[in-house]
Design a protein around this ligand. Structure first.
Ligand SMILES: NC(=O)C1=CN([C@@H]2O[C@H](COP(=O)(O)OP(=O)(O)OC[C@H]3O[C@@H](n4cnc5c(N)ncnc54)[C@H](OP(=O)(O)O)[C@@H]3O)[C@@H](O)[C@H]2O)C=CC1
Ligand SMILES: CC(=O)[C@@H](O)[C@H](O)COP(=O)(O)O
Ligand SMILES: [Mn+2]
Length: 364
């Protein structure tokens, strides 16, 4: 029996994690729940159903819950506000099932240095796939990591054709049903940019050995190419139940976590190169990742502000990545690579102000 704390329990990841717990009462027990407070009725219902020892709303409550005695903390909070809870779980020595990629991307080495080997189990589907592909074998055998991207709802469009797309169109993800921020990030490909940095940090593979390919049906979740020319692929229909189950019970697999691919019916797997001109977010993330230090935190924070502006009609779709690029260009990356939490939070705050100014300037 694993005692689990779920941060962000009312969201897409959180509610699916609770479905998994409901389906496996002999395997998992909920001992902590937190959320942001935008859906109090759902949160109260969850607390009534699971009767966790600790529960509460907001960042401070999430930090406290992440420090509770348990076997695994699932961080399903969205955005940079997940950083302190991530650090709290790591400092408590608890296994961290990490969906909140933003905390790893912005914290970078700060997060990694607090983590014991194997303490972070990736829940992001691509990184769960990579971890599964890498389960046996040594890092020296790896030639490349290949992250798959659905391409989002605007796959195949030119930059000009992206200019007038609406938030409702951007929310229509072709393969995944997710929270609003990651859904918009999938449409801009910022999600894949964050995932390239996430893969570099989790698997210690250089940026030039991390590839992104477009795979519209999201059945292959990522792959590892080895030095002998062999590639191992992880495939399953697009559902987060498998990565969440692996996150909570790693290295064990939860039987019937989700239905497998039906190999008796015809399957076509399509892979296309990424169109960097229409979707510059991935190359921008690579540059931020290579620059290191505070650059990834700036990339993430500027994007969070720009996504909010797009969703509220203050910025066109293509403006999101333009704002991120402009804020990054204005950012002086410190030469010291060893950053404190204050350094990271200061860069995050600076980027939010810079992005807000840039958006306001564009409006005038
Ligand atoms: N959804 C998916 O399939 C995938 C998600 N991820 C990652 O997982 C994370 C969560 O995504 P997703 O579930 O889609 O997002 P959602 O928007 O659906 O859910 C976010 C959750 O975070 C909570 N939250 C927001 N602010 C705070 C806060 N200050 N303190 C505590 N909790 C807070 C929300 O609470 P409330 O709404 O009640 O205020 C909600 O429970 C993101 O980092 C995303 O990138 C990664 C891969 C796949
Ligand atoms: C399910 C998951 O892990 C998401 O991060 C997903 O990858 C988003 O789809 P995109 O490939 O469109 O970004
Ligand atoms: Mn993903």
């Amino acid at each position: 029996m694993k005692d689990v704390v779920i941060l962000g329990s009312t969201g897409s990841i959180g509610t699916q994690a609770l479905d998994l717990v409901r389906a496996n009462p002999d395997r998992f027990r909920v001992v902590g729940l937190t959320a942001g407070g935008s859906n109090p009725a759902l949160f109260e219902a969850q607390v009534a159903e699971f009767a966790p020892r600790v529960h509460g709303l907001g960042e401070a409550a999430s930090v406290e819950a992440a420090q509770a005695e348990c076997d695994v903390v699932l961080n399903g909070i969205t955005g940079a506000v997940g950083l302190r809870p991530t650090l709290a779980a790591l400092d408590a020595g608890t296994t961290l099932a990490l969906a909140n990629k933003e905390s790893l991307v912005m914290g970078g080495p700060l997060v990694l240095e607090r983590a014991a080997p194997g303490q972070i189990v990736p829940v992001d589907s691509e990184h769960s796939a990579l971890a599964q592909c890498l389960r046996s074998g040594s890092a020296t055998e790896v030639r490349r990591l290949v992250l798959t991207a659905s391409g989002g709802p605007f796959r195949g469009r030119t930059r000009e054709q992206l200019a007038g797309v609406t938030p409702a169109e951007a929310m229509a993800h072709p393969t995944w049903d997710m929270g609003p921020v990651i859904t918009i990030n999938s449409a801009t490909l910022v999600n894949k940019g964050l995932e390239v940095i996430e893969a570099h940090l989790l698997f210690d593979v250089p940026y030039e050995a991390i590839e992104v390919v477009v795979h519209p049906t999201s059945v292959v979740h990522s792959m590892v190419e080895f030095v002998d020319g062999s590639t191992i692929v992880q495939a399953s229909p697009p559902t987060m139940m498998i990565p969440i189950a692996l996150g909570l019970d790693w290295p064990d697999r939860v039987p019937q976590a989700a239905p497998p691919v039906d190999w008796t019916s015809p399957q076509t797997w399509q892979f296309d190169p990424l169109d960097d001109e229409a979707f510059p977010a991935v190359s921008l993330a690579r540059a931020a990742g290579v620059a290191g230090a505070t650059a990834p935190a700036v990339y993430n924070a500027a994007n969070e502000v720009a996504v909010d502006a797009f969703r509220t009609g203050r910025l066109p779709f293509t403006g999101i990545v333009e704002v991120v690029a402009s804020v990054l260009a204005d950012h002086d990356v410190p030469s010291k690579m060893q950053l404190s939490l204050d350094d990271v939070l200061a860069a995050d705050a600076w980027a939010r102000q810079a992005a807000t100014r840039t958006i306001a300037d564009r409006e005038n």
